[in-house]
Design a protein around this ligand. Sequence first.
Ligand code: GDP
Ligand code: MG
Length: 176
Amino acid sequence: MPPKERNIAMMGYRSVGKSSLSIQFVEGQFVDSYDPTIENTFTKVTRVNSQDYGVKLVDTAGQDEYSIFPVQYSMDFHGYVLVYSITSLKSFEVVRIIYEKLLDVMGKKYVPVVLVGNKTDLHQERTVSTEDGKKLAESWRAAFLETSAKQNESVGDIFHQLLMLIENENGNPPEK
Ligand code: GDP
Ligand code: MG
């Protein structure tokens, strides 16, 4: 089967690890000082349930509570990764605001989303509980994961789960 093309956007407050997760997924390495202002597009072919996907991953420069939702991110995307840091309550609040603006701009009630609490290796600095992350994701009917880009923990799962949610939305439930 030819690969299915899927466009995914990484969104969230600054410094939560959007670029680190993208680079960890695409290149398999942790880059410590990545220019936070850069917006980059990565591509990678990945296989889920014997189907190849050509993933186009847009790593946005980040949003805050005041950002007007950038219209270019509401078009031509199949799904979204919304990232916060488990060490930043502020980033958790911002991700909720981004989600509301996203639905509003798209005029939809549902969008395939994976909510990601990153930086689990910094557990001593945790300010957002796993429970709160889970609850927020449930209220969106989104998938939820806690990850560490640094330790490459659950990074691949983000994209696998999102690709499955996108399949389900398209009425093609993935095979078991
Ligand atoms: P972005 O602005 O959301 O793209 O965030 P970056 O990927 O540039 O990361 C911001 C800072 O957090 C950088 O110093 C990264 O090295 C660091 N960082 C990103 N992910 C992790 C992680 O999982 N654990 C730790 N300890 N630091 C991380
Ligand atoms: Mg970045």
